[in-house]
Design a protein around this ligand. Structure first.
Ligand SMILES: [Zn+2]
Length: 202
């Protein structure tokens, strides 16, 4: 049994709902109906997890020692978004995964105060080059990103290419902000963003 924070895609309301037993397959399954206070029972297409809800699910999932069960590759969808690049016109489709990668970096930076953009660049390059292949030794930040991406893959249809595009997109953003604003340029940029948007969550 777990109380999880959802959002309704019909009316944009965020709400907590008791899910009953959660089954962690390729797609998340909830024993109980997910009920929006305004729209009533939601089907899979209308229910979304808030960022906080994703964190809650992640904690539940990893507290059960499930983390090595399936690889990123196992969880990828064949079709995915079908896009060759993350242009401005299609960016929104990639928001769940982009947001997750950036939020994980942000949360990690709160614990590792010595973190600088260069280390994030190295980690993202390592993930981009290795995430689809077998075992590599990852550090804490890299493992955190992988684990959060796994949750996103259970909730959304993304392909291998989508994952690599998203990692490259964030990587380019880090490089850009570092070149503009110095060795913590990107970290300052995402902190500004999440400090504002995350109020009330933490
Ligand atoms: Zn609703």
């Amino acid at each position: 049994m777990a109380l999880i924070n959802f959002e309704c895609k019909k009316c944009d309301t965020e709400f907590d709902c008791e899910t009953g037993k959660i089954t962690f397959g390729n797609i998340l399954n909830f024993e109980e109906d997910i009920i929006c206070p305004k729209c009533g029972k939601l089907n899979k297409d209308n229910m979304g997890l808030t960022e906080f809800g994703q964190t809650q699910i992640g904690e539940l999932y990893f507290s059960k020692g499930n983390n090595n069960e399936q690889s990123i590759l196992d969880l990828c969808d064949q079709e995915g978004t079908g896009f060759e690049a993350i242009g401005e016109d299609v960016k929104e489709i990639f928001y769940p995964i982009l947001f997750t990668i950036e939020e994980t970096i942000y949360l990690y930076s709160k614990k590792d105060l010595l973190l600088e953009d260069l280390r994030i660049i190295e980690s993202l390059k390592k993930l981009r080059d290795n995430i689809l292949s077998e075992k590599t030794n990852y550090n804490t930040l890299e493992n955190a990103i992988i684990n959060r991406i796994k949750i996103i893959l259970r909730l959304n249809s993304y392909s291998k290419r989508d994952i690599l595009l998203s990692l490259s997109k964030v990587l380019n953003s880090v490089k850009l902000h570092r070149s503009l604003d110095g060795k913590k340029g990107y970290l300052i940029f995402i902190s500004d963003f999440f400090d504002k948007s995350g109020e009330g969550y933490f």
